[in-house]
Design a protein around this ligand. Structure first.
Ligand SMILES: C[S@@+](CC[C@H](N)C(=O)[O-])C[C@H]1O[C@@H](n2cnc3c(N)ncnc32)[C@H](O)[C@@H]1O
Length: 176
């Protein structure tokens, strides 16, 4: 497993999306689209219940819903996605402190639930690759949700955000 410290997370996303030649991407926790700063797929669909004033990268289609409510809309637009990206908030409740990245704080549900619903959505839509950014190791969740899958890449990512030292994982997985 690789360990990466203090690098812009969008650089890791760029590398991993290019690894699978991602073209039609759905991001279930779109935020402000920071992940696509260096690599914008041909079609980018964003899901997020929160709408922001400014975006780093705008999605081509935006669905302002929690991840579990988006399926009804996606079934209607009928697009073949190759990759699903998800980056649930780290926090279960709003933390105190000076961290200005408030888009981490507006959570509907829990990080775990958002992750599970995102994986279920990928299975339902028959999406081959899933890129997950998550705060802890998730092999047990994957084992329970996916009959067969292969981890293509797993990166431990460490960075300092304000007063926090954050450790998280990037998983790139393939559904077989
Ligand atoms: C860590 S941020 C994602 C940042 C994003 N990767 C980016 O590049 O800007 C997590 C996002 O999950 C969103 N979120 C919270 N509850 C959600 C839910 N139930 N379904 C989907 N997204 C949710 C938050 O609004 C927030 O924008």
């Amino acid at each position: 497993m690789k360990i990466i410290r203090q690098v812009d997370s969008a650089k890791i996303v760029e590398k991993l999306l290019k690894t699978v030649a991602a073209k039609h991407v759905i991001d279930t926790t779109f935020g402000v689209g920071r992940f696509y700063k260096y690599y914008k797929p041909k079609l980018l669909v964003g899901i997020d219940p929160n709408i922001y004033e400014e975006y780093v990268v705008k999605p081509d289609i935006f669905i302002p819903k929690p991840v579990w409510a988006a399926i009804y809309i996606l079934e209607k637009i009928n697009i073949d996605f190759d990759t699903l990206v998800t980056d649930p908030p780290f926090y279960k409740t709003r933390p105190r402190g000076k961290d200005k990245r408030t888009y981490f704080y507006n959570i509907i549900g829990t990080p775990d639930l958002i992750l599970r619903k995102s994986i279920e959505l990928a299975i339902k839509l028959d999406i081959e690759y899933i890129l997950i950014h998550y705060g802890s190791e998730i092999e047990d969740i994957l084992d329970k949700l996916l009959d067969s899958y292969e981890i293509i890449d797993k990166i431990l990512y460490e960075y300092k955000a304000g007063f926090l030292n954050v450790k998280s994982f990037f998983y790139l997985i393939m559904i077989l």
